[in-house]
Design a protein around this ligand. Sequence first.
Ligand SMILES: Nc1ncnc2c1ncn2[C@@H]1O[C@H](COP(=O)(O)OP(=O)(O)OP(=O)(O)O)[C@@H](O)[C@H]1O
Ligand SMILES: [Mg+2]
Length: 167
Amino acid sequence: MSVLNASNVVKIYKGLGKSNSTKALNGICLTIENGEFVAIMGPSGSGKTTLLNILSGIDKLTSGDIEISGQNINVMTKDELALFRRRHLGFVFQEFNLLDSLTLKENVMLPMILDDKEPEDIQSKTDEVMAMFNIEDIMEKYPYTVSGGQQQRTAISRAIINNPDSF
Ligand SMILES: Nc1ncnc2c1ncn2[C@@H]1O[C@H](COP(=O)(O)OP(=O)(O)OP(=O)(O)O)[C@@H](O)[C@H]1O
Ligand SMILES: [Mg+2]
């Protein structure tokens, strides 16, 4: 089964004049199967970030179709997309984007809290995922008091906690 199916994705960044527009994606077709690991490589400016922003619904495509887990994300409103991202996609950013005013544990819990999950469920999933990444002993610490690798594992825990299939 495919988790992602993109066909003929075109993205044109419109500039001020006609000559100022940039065609960043020129009819991309991409299928990702369940359980597959995929890396996107290419020279600077070739459109990697543009593609990821569009596949994740952060930016709008100019034309084409994107289906994730059988749902067509092109037709979703901004609010529907935000909910879809929270429930179906996990992001690990280059600078981990952890919230400094929250403990590591609270950072990890956040997607479940926003989704109004049961407190016991939140607690047990958080314990489970943080133990899996060996950060259960530092869960009450704040992001700026732990190492880069510990922050990274916290960010990964947060990225997958709402998706029970991933652990
Ligand atoms: N917001 C924008 N407005 C206009 N043009 C843009 C915008 N963002 C990117 N571009 C252009 O679109 C093309 C693809 O850019 P993109 O950021 O997707 O490249 P990339 O592959 O991620 O590059 P890098 O490896 O340098 O991060 C480039 O020509 C870039 O200048
Ligand atoms: Mg980039």
